[in-house]
Design a protein around this ligand. Structure first.
Ligand SMILES: [Ca+2]
Ligand SMILES: [Ca+2]
Ligand SMILES: [Ca+2]
Length: 194
């Protein structure tokens, strides 16, 4: 990366790690899954972050977007990849509290991006058949136009206790249904700010 005439940074940018909790400059406790109220923005030089939003231009068609610190921007959407694990319901509530929701995968391009970012770790997505067995619905009621199920899934395999009613990304990026009470990482999605 070419920093041009910018002086050498005094310290490297902070990269949150699992279990890494700290307090930000306003005294708010933050965590990897809850970046807190920093006025930091992805895609900006780190020395720029605390001063004002910087804007990143994505290609020639998307215009300028930004996401709050801790979120990743892609095609005008912001994504938060959790560092901890929770049940599907708790993960969804986390996203809703961030004015977001569990990720809705609309097409192959979004699927490819998410599979790469998930880095072979299982993550909840916002797809469930809890209401009517076998009728899969996105959390935002997006029509089921794109699916990427693993071979033989969804199979609603009964593990003795409950149906498999919540979907997640497998290590290979394909989807599987499992009981919603299992604890996995998750991905939140919301619109980027233009
Ligand atoms: Ca989406
Ligand atoms: Ca099911
Ligand atoms: Ca399954």
């Amino acid at each position: 990366m070419d920093w041009g005439s910018v002086p050498s940074p005094r310290s490297p940018p902070h990269k949150p790690a699992a279990g890494d909790h700290h307090r930000d400059h306003r005294g708010h406790q933050t965590s990897p899954d809850d970046p807190g109220p920093h006025q930091h923005f992805t895609g900006c030089p780190f020395f720029h972050r605390a001063r004002r939003p910087c804007r990143t231009t994505k290609g020639s068609t998307a215009g300028a977007f930004w996401c709050q610190w801790g979120w990743d921007e892609h095609q005008g959407r912001c994504y938060l990849f959790s560092q901890t694990t929770q049940s599907w319901e708790a993960a969804r509530n986390f996203c809703l509290a961030k004015n977001a929701d569990l990720v809705v995968i609309n097409n192959g391009r979004e699927q490819n991006y998410l599979a790469i970012k998930a880095d072979s770790v299982r993550h909840w997505i916002g797809f469930t058949d809890q209401r009517i067995e076998g009728v899969w619905r996105w959390v935002d009621n997006t029509p089921e136009a794109f699916t990427y199920w693993n071979t033989g899934e969804p199979n609603n395999l009964r593990n003795g206790l409950s149906d498999e009613d919540c979907a997640h990304l497998l290590e290979n990026g394909l989807w599987n249904d499992v009981p919603c009470s299992i604890s996995y990482r998750w991905i939140c999605e919301r619109a980027a700010t233009v």
